[in-house]
Ligand binder design. Structure first.
Ligand SMILES: CC(=O)N[C@H](C=O)[C@@H](O)[C@H](O)[C@H](O)CO
Ligand SMILES: CC(=O)C(=O)O
Length: 309
């Protein structure tokens, strides 16, 4: 066996919570909540993987230094508790992204994920692949995931085209977090990848469609508080009980569509999580606005009516 083999190279499957970043009322990152947050996810939601410093974690509104401190604390507190900690390291600057990738390797994260830069956008799948290759070279042994989220980045490359043969330039490539609705592209990715890679779906409200297509897991913000229900959805799907799987998916759709009508951004989502979990994750950071208390409470009431105790 090569000594260059990644230490924790296990296939990523099941639910992955895209975590919120705890912030104090003064607007500083709040590392003290991360330990209790991990216990909550494990014990109350049955979620054993986290995706930190992503969209939900407001990574693009954090400094590189803050992202390092957060990633380090997540890795430290998750040790022996979570199966995997995936650290999102994407930034607008290649240098910053490489620095965070290198740091993630030092703190023994289980993997890194990278979104496409979105101010100056890669002009083609080839250019994006070259960017990803430069990032991976800063952490060559760490499992590497491309994070596809065209609704946010505006970079809508065909993922199948991007990943075709990508292991030749990124030997550590292990899969895709696919936050998009193109089930054809999703299926074409799943059908072409080697068995030890993972494709994880990122549109929580339509996970069942992606499970049918063959995804290996899911990364999402709502698994912070509906993870326990979605674990049942996945079990029902795996045992062939589509009626039960649909029943749960329809409930999640009812919750998310209700939230979207009230303006479901990270600020609202974070306040909903505060109300449902009892954790104090604080407010979001500008330009995301804090959520009016009444709005999150209305969504919580909807949650309580959809998922009575
Ligand atoms: C755009 C966005 O943030 N998508 C998240 C994951 O990637 C999802 O988890 C959504 O928050 C969720 O599906 C609710 O719409
Ligand atoms: C939602 C998601 O996957 C993220 O926070 O990046």
């Amino acid at each position: 066996m090569s000594i260059m083999a990644p230490a924790a190279d296990k296939k990523l499957t099941g639910l992955v919570a895209a975590t919120f970043t705890p912030i104090t009322s003064q607007g500083e990152i709040n590392l003290s909540v991360i330990g209790p947050y991990i216990d909550y996810l494990k014990e109350k939601q049955g979620v054993n993987n986290v995706f930190v410093n992503g969209t939900t974690g407001e990574s693009m509104s954090l400094s590189v230094e803050e992202r390092k401190l957060l990633a380090e604390e997540w890795c430290r507190k998750a040790k022996g508790k979570m199966d995997q900690v995936i650290v999102h390291v994407g930034c607008l600057s290649l240098k910053d992204t490489q620095e965070l990738a290198h740091h993630a390797a030092q703190i023994e994260a289980d993997g890194i994920a990278v979104i496409a830069p979105s101010f100056f956008k890669p002009s083609s799948a080839d250019v994006l692949r070259t960017f990803l290759q430069e990032v991976a070279s800063a952490a060559p042994t760490l499992p590497f995931y491309y994070y596809h989220i065209p609704s946010v980045t505006g970079v809508n490359v065909n993922v199948r085209e991007l990943i075709e043969g990508i292991e030749k330039v990124i030997p550590s490539f292990r899969g895709v977090k696919f936050t998009g609705s193109d089930l054809m592209d999703l299926g074409q990715c799943i059908s072409c990848i080697p068995p030890h890679w993972s494709v994880l779906y990122g549109m929580d409200e339509q996970l069942l469609g992606a499970l049918v297509m063959g995804v290996h897991g899911a990364v999402g913000s709502t698994y912070n508080y509906v993870g326990c229900h979605v674990n049942k959805l996945i079990s029902a799907f795996e045992t062939g009980d589509l009626v039960q799987a649909r029943t749960i998916q329809f409930k999640i759709q009812e919750l998310v569509s209700f939230a979207i009508k009230l303006g479901f951004d990270v600020g609202v989502n974070k306040q909903l999580m505060n109300d449902l979990s009892g954790l104090d994750l604080g407010p979001p950071r500008l330009p995301v606005m804090a959520c009016p208390a009444a709005r999150a409470l209305a969504i919580k009431q909807k949650y309580d009516s959809i998922f009575p105790e």
